[in-house]
Design a protein around this ligand. Sequence first.
Ligand code: ADP
Length: 307
Amino acid sequence: DVVVVGSANADLVVGVDRRPGPGETVLGSDLATHPGGKGANQAVAVARLGGRAALVGRIGDDGHGALLRDALAADGVDLAQLTTTPGVPTGVAMITVGPDGDNSIVVSPGANARLGPADVAAARDLIAAASVVSLQLEVPLPAVEAAAHAAAGTGGRVVLNLSPPAPVPADLLALCDPLVVNEHEAARLLDEDARPAGHADSADPAGLAAALARTGPRSVVITLGADGVVVTDAAHAAPVRVASPRVKAVDTTGAGDAFTAALCLRLARGDALPDAARYAARAGAAAVRAHGAQSSFPTADELPEPG
Ligand code: ADP
């Protein structure tokens, strides 16, 4: 169903009362180590919802790599194109969590930074067989571009989650169907966009979606947290709003990844974009009900009712 080309990180999480300033040391809680990274998270989320998922990525030959491989394998993700890179550490996200649950994160990309067009070429049969290829920006842009062009060349649908936000070339944007962003990423993209159609009021999600649509992607999905989703595509004259289920939010980590993964799965199964977004909002909402990223991802029977 879905091939994810993207990152795999070990999330190293420490709770702190306050963050150290320069030159300062503070004591934190016990270290918790969780499998993460947007690519790995999405692959796991697809598989947990019952889809076939493969991850094209790179990990290091170390304990974190083994942790990630085990977590992905436990959910049944196809790992034939997950390459172990000798002599390079697995990517890590060093996360401190403050007393209010606020995160500060430093990502060390490690092996993820070595993912390139050659890895995409090695995965060409897998990509050719996929209905949907899911991309994010935690791996180098040349790998993302190669994957998008490979997918488009074999009739696959390209879904790009522009996270972390960065400028992308127009020919990549033109392949995105949809481009998936949250409100902040949407605003960033429009700010950086020199094209005159770009500017819009970020307090108006439908206007934001319409402005983003004018920058070149085939369709646009903007996620709005508890406020749901707004979708634009060629089949609808005006942006379509989709509600989020009402849930008690415990930890939003991974919500965007669960959302995008579920969207890709439903698109692979033939849903129209607004229907896929309605399903995906249920997966995103499910992921905020529990702590962590992969540990909070739902199976199909754990999805909350639509909002
Ligand atoms: P990101 O995690 O990338 O910032 P969002 O916060 O917009 O993205 O979350 C992605 C999706 O997850 C939302 O569109 C929504 O469907 C779901 N979601 C996130 N937070 C909540 C929440 N508090 N209540 C219900 N659904 C939520």
